[in-house]
Design a protein around this ligand. Structure first.
Ligand code: FAD
Length: 404
């Protein structure tokens, strides 16, 4: 059936992070009338830190905004495994690029009409009425649309409403994260880390580091940040609950932001970090505000429910080891827009054509990242094993100036 709006479907996107913004831009290009609603009141700065870029993540910015990959990310030419003594145990060339959440977010935000990006609008529910969806917000606003795209992340209201039994499944470990300015690193640490993605794999843990642009987007070596992630096993239960409780007693579900981790856990982290290979010990010691993220899997059996769909982390949350969560969110948005274009604006036909491929992508990615995480965290990852980075296949994250 054709959309109620004819060839120009009206689309509401809930969630204004990387997945929602990318989807909105592609859908707009495909001829849709799109608006984005994000519950946070201010632009989404300072979230997370580093991301491994993938061609899908930057497809819009390169194709439609003419941005060069050099402007968006820092390059690494080597994958390095460091031994306990800090010496290079294995290295090989690579072509990865790394960026910061803020760099991507700001570039996407510049591309969208500000009148179509609404901050401080929390979706509280939605109802399908005939050929339309009516979306409600905490502010009292109600929006009628032909298609509701839920890009509202791991704790998605859309998914909780449509698939109440699908919950995030804790992986048994958390990622501690932080950044240090390259200028603050001792010369020997900078020399080891600045042109590589570096790993150390331990019996029950692993840590990695790579360069990312600084807060102003600088990508020149010596002016960037070094981003690190240290994956540590924490049993589910009281210990995990307390770790996820902030210094002011607030219990976060899936992360604790910088500055809010309880002091005793920071002290423990710094003490334990002395056992790491020296460059990683220095990184952790010099990080002002380490923060942490719970690692979990989400797998949805469906992504389409009438005229409502789930994309990005809302549908499938992937452990970070494949470095492709943002890429998958972007791919969900791009393929959805292509389907709408191919079906001349017929939302229902487009959704039916779109869903099988994205379900298959989400399932295989969650499985690959889970398998890699289990080996990395439980002492079954051999030094020198190729990294599991990739969206459709291992290795498709490689990027260079001419790359797709
Ligand atoms: C440690 C770690 C490392 C990672 N590294 C990489 C990497 O290297 N490469 C990569 O591609 N990906 C990586 N990822 C994954 C990546 O961060 C996510 O997959 C990606 O950002 C998904 O984006 P999203 O837009 O779907 O969800 P989110 O970024 O979670 O955004 C959801 C948005 O919805 C908003 N929202 C929620 N509920 C409502 C509501 N009711 N109403 C309105 N708004 C709402 C939220 O405020 C939020 O802004 C990593 C993830 C982690 C945890």
């Amino acid at each position: 059936m054709m959309s109620t709006e004819g060839a120009r479907p009206r689309v509401v996107v809930v969630g204004g992070s990387l997945g929602g913004l990318t989807a909105a831009l592609w859908l707009q290009d495909a001829g849709c009338d799109v608006e984005v609603f994000e519950r946070v009141r201010t632009p989404l700065e300072d979230r997370g830190a580093g991301l491994v870029l993938h061609p899908a993540t930057v497809r819009y910015l390169r194709a439609r905004q003419g941005l060069d990959i050099e402007q968006l990310g820092a390059a690494a030419n080597w994958i390095r495994y460091l031994g306990r003594d800090g010496r290079i145990a294995h290295q090989e060339p690579c072509r990865y690029r790394f960026t910061a959440y803020n760099v991507l977010y700001r570039a996407l935000l510049r591309a969208i009409d500000p009148a179509r990006y609404h901050l401080g609008e929390e979706c509280t529910g939605f109802a399908q009425e005939g050929d339309a969806v009516v979306v409600s917000f905490a502010s009292g606003r109600r929006e009628r649309c032909d298609l509701l795209v839920c890009a509202d992340g791991i704790n998605s209201l859309g998914r909780r409403t449509l698939l109440p039994t699908v919950q995030p499944r804790y992986a048994g470990y958390v990622a501690w994260r932080g950044t240090v300015a390259e200028q603050e690193l001792p010369p020997e640490v900078f020399a080891t880390l600045h042109e590589a993605i570096s790993y150390a794999v331990m019996p029950d843990s692993h840590i990695l580091a790579y360069p990312i642009p600084d807060a102003d987007g600088a990508v020149a070596p010596g002016h960037r940040l070094t981003n690190w992630l240290w994956y540590r096993n924490v049993p589910a239960g009281a210990a995990l609950d307390d770790l996820l409780t902030t210094r002011t007693g607030e219990r976060f579900g899936t992360s604790v932001p910088p500055g809010q981790v309880q002091e005793r856990y920071l002290q423990q982290l710094r003490a334990d970090a002395r056992q790491l290979p020296p460059v990683f010990a220095t990184l952790v010691a010099r990080t002002a505000s380490p923060f942490l993220q719970l690692i979990a899997d989400v797998e949805s059996p469906r992504m389409v429910f009438g005229r409502v769909c789930l994309i990005g982390d809302a549908a499938f949350t992937v452990r970070p080891h494949a470095a492709a969560g943002t890429a998958k969110a972007a791919e969900d948005g791009w393929t959805l827009a292509e389907a709408i274009r191919a079906h001349g604006g017929d939302v229902e036909a487009a959704l039916a054509a779109w869903e099988p491929g994205q379900l298959a992508l989400g399932r295989q990615l969650v499985a690959r990242a889970r398998a890699a995480g289990e080996r990395l965290q439980h002492g079954r990852w051999e030094v020198g094993t190729p990294l599991p980075f990739g969206l459709y296949t291992v290795g498709d994250s490689a990027l260079d100036s001419a790359g797709a």
